[in-house]
Design a protein around this ligand. Structure first.
Ligand code: NAD
Length: 425
């Protein structure tokens, strides 16, 4: 490869670029395509004046990056966080390109956000901020150009404000402009559980292909929020034994199996949606770190990035790790786990149920016709299963780890689309 490789002081972007260049080199991607795919197609910064409740005006910085639209409209959330900047959006946007490509859905990748502390904003200030952000990026978003979604600190409320602003600007309803809307207003049944159901599908297929029994398989699920709870519920339905769960309040260890329904009800009824105070016969309270190290077949980290790292990777007993969260296993941990024979199912395969679910919401919006939850899951599970085996088989045939296999499969589909469409624009 004779291209000048881009680097960045932003760790997330630097890692994304390194992963891309490494895979591109391994697959012998031609230089022109490496140049194209190592840069975003479009990256914009917008200033967002907001009238605050006290009568003052504050100007926030917002961003939207479209990394690639070779396969379809850019798809990716927008987040509200003090650390948001253009480089972070570029890194996350490129990961969305690879995730959508691997998922086999007709989307490219994008990401956006506003640098702000949402805890300092009232609901009406958040609404004005969201509507101003929507108006400022309106020229580049659209049902067939760029479709945002919720991300860190944004949810159904922000999506509805976003949809309403664009619809009013265009003088017609455009429900497909964002996904992650409430079920009552053009959202989709099944979307809430989709990421966790997808994680569980990967765990089940992995165990089956390894000739291990799903029934009675011992699991640890770190993080008991959206992804973790639905992964736990689905694995419980498959007959697996969830021996450990955790959240910010610590670890909950039950060698004979957590009562998942009881734990789910506890979290649902807890004012802060936490496991705090949860107990059942035969359960021991341990620390959040200790739960990762208990004896189990599968560890599914479904909380935050960096959970499995250089410090604890050597002590992990699970033979399989399925990444429900984004980036929970660090590159240093990967290097420790590989010689131990631990198989890691990478995040942008394991948690792609979320974006596949967003695609289903968009399809329903474009058709003005809603599916039942059963129809939704009947479509989601076969796609997740196919995608799992596409990566699994590639990894076996080419003797590479699943993470590298996932990158190679994803990059090839985008590169082929760029080649077929040509380099105009
Ligand atoms: P969430 O906020 O609903 O839940 C996060 C959970 O992690 C909470 O239970 C929290 O208490 C717990 N947690 C936080 N720090 C922890 C720690 N140190 N130890 C143990 N538990 C801890 O978030 P979510 O939507 O479930 O997302 C979880 C991860 O999955 C994130 O990395 C997110 O980017 C990724 N993800 C989510 C979706 C989705 O559809 N929700 C899709 C793709 C990827």
């Amino acid at each position: 490869m004779s291209v000048t490789k881009r680097t960045s002081k932003n760790v997330l972007l630097d890692t994304a670029l390194k992963n891309f260049y490494g895979a591109a080199e391994e697959m012998g991607l031609e230089d022109g395509l490496v140049e194209i795919l190592s840069r975003p197609e479009r990256a914009i910064s917008v200033s967002l004046p907001v009238a605050m409740d006290d009568g003052s005006i504050r100007v926030f910085e917002g961003y939207r990056v479209q990394h690639s639209t070779a396969l379809g409209p850019a798809k990716g959330g927008f987040r509200y966080h003090p650390d948001v900047d253009l480089e972070e959006c570029e890194a996350l946007g490129s990961l969305m390109t690879w995730k959508c490509s691997l998922a086999g859905i007709p989307y490219g990748g994008g990401k956006g956000g506003v640098s702000c502390d949402p805890l300092e904003l009232s609901t009406s200030e958040r609404e004005r901020l969201t509507r101003t952000f929507a108006a400022r990026i309106a020229p580049i978003v659209g049902e067939w150009t760029d479709i945002p979604a919720p991300d860190v600190n944004t949810g159904a409320a922000e999506m509805i404000w976003f949809m309403d602003t664009i619809s009013k600007m265009h003088g017609k309803l455009e429900p497909g402009i964002v996904t992650g809307k409430p079920i009552s207003i053009w959202g989709s049944k099944g979307r809430t559980a989709a990421t966790g159901v997808g994680v569980a599908t990967c765990i089940k297929e992995l165990l089956e292909t390894e000739k291990a029994d799903v029934k009675g398989a011992r699991l640890i699920i770190q993080g008991f929020g959206n992804v973790g709870t639905y992964a736990a519920k689905t694995m419980d339905e498959f007959g697996a034994k969830i021996v450990g769960i955790s959240d910010v309040t610590g670890g909950y260890y039950a060698p004979d199996g957590i009562d998942v329904k009881k734990a789910f009800d506890h979290v649902t009824n807890h004012p802060k949606k936490m496991l705090e105070g949860y107990s059942q016969p035969g359960m021991t309270k341990v620390s959040g770190e200790e739960i990762l190290l208990v004896d189990a077949d599968v560890l599914a980290p479904c909380a935050l990035e960096g959970a499995v790292n250089a410090k604890n990777a050597g002590s992990i007993k699970a033979r399989y790790i399925v990444e429900g969260a984004n980036g929970p296993v660090t590159p240093e941990a990967d290097a420790i786990l590989e010689p131990k024979g631990v198989i890691v199912v990478p995040d942008f395969l394991a948690n792609s149920g979320g974006v596949i679910g967003s695609y289903f919401e968009w399809v329903q919006n474009l058709n003005g016709y809603f599916w039942t939850e059963e129809e939704y899951n009947n479509r989601l599970i076969p796609i997740m299963t196919d995608n799992f085996y596409r990566v699994w088989n590639y990894s076996k045939e080419h003797d590479v780890k699943m993470r590298r296999a996932a990158f190679l499969v994803a990059i090839k589909r985008v590169a082929d689309a760029v080649k077929m469409r040509g380099t105009f624009l």
